[in-house]
Design a protein around this ligand. Structure first.
Ligand SMILES: Cc1cc2nc3c(=O)[nH]c(=O)nc-3n(C[C@H](O)[C@H](O)[C@H](O)COP(=O)(O)OP(=O)(O)OC[C@H]3O[C@@H](n4cnc5c(N)ncnc54)[C@H](O)[C@@H]3O)c2cc1C
Length: 291
């Protein structure tokens, strides 16, 4: 173990263009946002980089905007700003619910939503709510912009589709009218902890039938995942306790947990089904559906 950050060149960009030029020009470079993941990773030599480009002071990357049919969040927006945002509370409350359970107030005041996604930890807590909200990610480089659905962003632990010279600019969160959504996180203690497993669900119900069902989990696969087997089983089915119980068990087909310092694979499997059921029930209640 090494506990000192090795010598690196530090560049503080004040505009997006400046950041992109630096990322394009420099070899062996990493973006630095809040640093709550990166600084630890540099200390333990997970990454050997010679340069960091600090984007935390770029105003163009720090905003939460209501654009009618969607909410746009700048990648360098602090987690605590998301918790406190009236726009998120109205249009994507499940995201605020998840972020409120992340880390501590102090960490949330430096850590960013973009950093949580780009770090691509299987345990990233912003991923399940953004997966069930069908969020899109806007990536930018000197060559231009592209948009990827969040389902296609993660490739595996610490791996994303981001290319050299590219950074995450914005998270686009569609406004889901008439939906009920919830997030439940199980950790080794009640607060200030990484998840053993976390589940987000979103439901829309019409005439007693599941019109839309979305389920996503973290910490149970190499990357945060959608539970498509649960979704397929429940969609177009009549809402009932037996359907929810049967559907929740199918989550086992969508996950591949490992045993690690936080929990065993068996415990994760069992709790994934329990929490999927619990979260679906909460989402139904929030959608105004009585069982
Ligand atoms: C004590 C503690 C508790 C924590 N608790 C939790 C928790 O409960 N849940 C959880 O999910 N996480 C938790 N974390 C992890 C961390 O705080 C989050 O992942 C945080 O959101 C990372 O954001 P950051 O801005 O600090 O990222 P940084 O550390 O600055 O960056 C992380 C990675 O993303 C890259 N990056 C950052 N922004 C961009 C961008 N815009 N474009 C391209 N690449 C980018 C960096 O190069 C780096 O590889 C915890 C960390 C600590 C230290």
């Amino acid at each position: 173990m090494f506990y000192r950050i090795p010598e690196i060149n530090y560049f503080r960009a004040s505009t997006l263009e400046e950041a992109l030029e630096l990322l394009n020009k420099l070899e062996s470079v990493k973006v630095l946002a809040g640093g709550s993941d990166l600084l630890i990773d540099l200390k333990i030599r997970r990454y050997e980089v010679k340069n960091v480009v600090d984007i935390s002071g770029i105003k163009e990357l720090n905003y939460i905007e209501d654009r009618g049919e969607h909410v746009a969040i700048g990648a360098a927006t602090k987690l605590q700003d998301i918790v406190e945002s009236p726009i998120i509370a109205t249009k994507a409350p499940v995201l605020a619910e998840a972020v409120n359970e992340m880390a501590s107030w102090q960490i949330r005041n430096v850590a960013t939503i973009g950093g949580n996604l780009c770090n691509a930890s299987p345990a990233a807590d912003t991923a399940p709510p953004l997966l069930v909200l069908n969020a899109k990610l806007r990536l930018v480089s000197l060559e231009g912009e592209r948009e990827v659905p969040i389902t296609g962003f993660f490739l595996g632990p610490r791996k994303t589709v981001l290319r050299k010279g590219e950074l995450l600019k914005e998270i686009v969160v569609p406004y889901e009218r008439g939906a009920g959504a919830s997030f439940i996180k199980l950790g080794r203690r009640n607060a200030f902890t990484l998840s053993v497993v976390a589940v987000a669900t979103l439901v829309k119900v019409r005439n007693g039938i599941f019109d839309d069902v979305r389920v996503a989990l973290n910490s149970v696969a190499p990357k945060p995942v959608r539970a498509v087997s649960v979704e397929k089983f429940l969609k177009s089915r009549e809402v009932s306790m037996s359907a929810i119980e049967e559907g929740a068990k199918r989550v086992l087909q969508d996950i591949s947990p490992i045993s690690d310092v936080r929990a065993s694979a068996d415990y994760r499997r069992e709790m994934s089904a329990v929490l999927t059921k619990e979260s679906l029930l909460r989402s139904l209640e929030r959608a105004g559906v009585k069982l």
